[in-house]
Design a protein. Structure first.
Lengths: 327, 117
């Protein structure tokens, strides 16, 4: 019955229609296979494009042969609003930016007078509201993988496994035994020279932690620091970490009034006038966390937050030894 | 029948080749295409609520400026229990450098410096 009906239909068709009709079963049979092949082809082409590593600028331009183990050689900010962050830091310090976009990555390399000064990365804020953007400190090392093993042997946690970035070097991120987060970088372009930071450049770092003694011991094992004990008020510890006769960072107790604050690294930008700069921070939408105050070197320090909440310090450091500092 | 077999064989070869290319692309691009995930670094957001209000008098964070000699803490037996190697009190405290940038080189972070002498 069906065969007869089909035969009748074919009789009514033009030759072209008959040809099309005969093709249908073949097409239907091979449609899933063709779809699969097409998908594979797309993936084959897309994966190399998507996997192309990000080209980040070197941290030293032109490249140097200097290496200063234990020195904080770079800082990166992860922020949920790259445009707002760029506007803020450009307005505050005069930084300029080179945008780097690759796939879903938005990165802004920051420069001051043509010198690389920082990296800003866009990343959406986590859903939980108990997190805030932060500046991440990168310490110079010769071998990231060796440091990783040392860190693990000394109760640190690896937050980001060692990996290589073209032109940048090899890096990894850890949490120290007290929980402060830091990164290490074996820079392929060498380390920045040991010169006085210009206003607007990073000049100093301090670790504010729950256990300064053990924290100092941990970083000494990693970076072979010399540890100096500085005179401080009772109940407050202030240690200085140095290498090759160079001051690298300080280690401080968590303030007594905020014992539950989490240990963290704080980086400072050199400024000429901390009071004026804190006013500028506020004008640009940031906040003052610690009002300018005289520190042991005779200059003022302050702690501020950018409009997205990332903390950083401001540190006055007069150029001349004899120059009077503002009080 | 033979034609169908040939077609399947062709498809199989194509699939194998495709998978090989995929695997090789993972080898050619560092970190197995890690950046596909859109991350540089850990995408670190620190816990909020960092409190700085407790920076009372005598709470110092800055480096020394004039190469003073540091003071070894007193504390009896505590001095022997320190988990780190402390520099002798006779060593002057290092500071950050006084030399300024020369030209446009350098870059990055300038937290380190020469000891003041």
């Amino acid at each position: 019955m069906h065969a007869k009906r089909r035969s009748n239909l074919i009789d009514l068709m033009t030759p072209n229609q008959i040809s099309t009709q005969r093709m249908q079963p073949y097409r239907v049979r091979h449609l899933p296979m063709k779809g699969m092949l097409a998908a594979l082809l797309i993936v084959t082409c897309a994966v190399p494009v998507m996997a192309t590593p990000v080209q980040l600028p070197a941290i030293v331009e032109p490249a140097s042969q200097e290496h200063h183990m234990g020195k904080v050689i770079f800082v990166e900010l992860v922020t949920p609003d790259l445009t707002a962050a760029k506007r803020f830091y450009a307005g505050l310090f005069g930084w300029t930016f080179r945008d780097i976009q690759s796939g879903r990555i938005n990165y802004a390399a920051a420069f001051l007078d043509g010198r690389p000064v920082a990296g800003l990365i866009h990343k959406d804020a986590p859903a939980s509201k108990d997190r805030q953007p932060a500046w991440l400190s990168f310490f110079s090392v010769a071998d990231v993988d060796v440091v990783k093993n040392l860190a693990l042997q000394n109760a640190a946690k690896v937050l980001f496994e060692p990996h290589s970035i073209p032109d940048r070097g090899r890096e990894a991120v850890f949490a120290d035994p007290q929980g402060a987060v830091f990164a290490v970088l074996a820079s392929s372009s060498g380390d920045p020279p040991d010169v006085l930071a210009a206003p607007g450049e990073w000049i100093w770092s301090s670790l504010i932690t729950s256990d300064p003694d053990n924290a100092a011991a941990f970083y000494q094992k990693l970076f072979d620091y010399e540890v100096f004990e500085l005179q401080a008020h009772e109940g407050i510890e202030h240690l200085l970490l140095a290498s090759h006769n160079y001051a690298r960072a300080s280690v401080n107790s968590l303030p007594a009034k905020s014992p539950n604050a989490h240990p963290h690294w704080l980086n400072y930008v050199r400024v000429e006038d901390a009071v004026k700069m804190t006013a500028k921070v506020v004008a640009l939408g940031g906040r003052v966390i610690v009002e300018p105050r005289i520190d042991r070197h005779g200059g003022k320090v302050a702690v501020v937050a950018d409009p997205l909440g990332a903390h950083f310090g401001l540190l006055e450091w007069p150029e001349s030894e004899s120059k009077k500092v503002s009080r | 029948m033979k034609v169908i077999l040939l077609r399947w064989l062709g498809t199989l070869i194509f699939v194998v080749l495709t998978l090989t290319v995929l695997l090789l692309s993972g080898c050619f691009f560092p970190d197995g295409g890690y950046y596909d995930g859109g991350d540089i670094g850990p995408g670190y957001y620190e816990p909020s609520g960092v409190l700085y209000g407790g920076w009372g008098p005598g709470y110092y964070v800055a480096p020394y400026r004039d190469g003073d000699h540091h003071q070894v803490r007193s504390g009896g037996s505590h001095a022997f229990a320190r988990p780190y190697r402390s520099e002798p009190a006779s060593h002057p405290i290092p500071s950050i450098p006084s030399e300024s940038h020369r030209g446009g080189g350098g870059g990055g972070f300038h937290g380190g410096g020469g000891r003041h002498r």
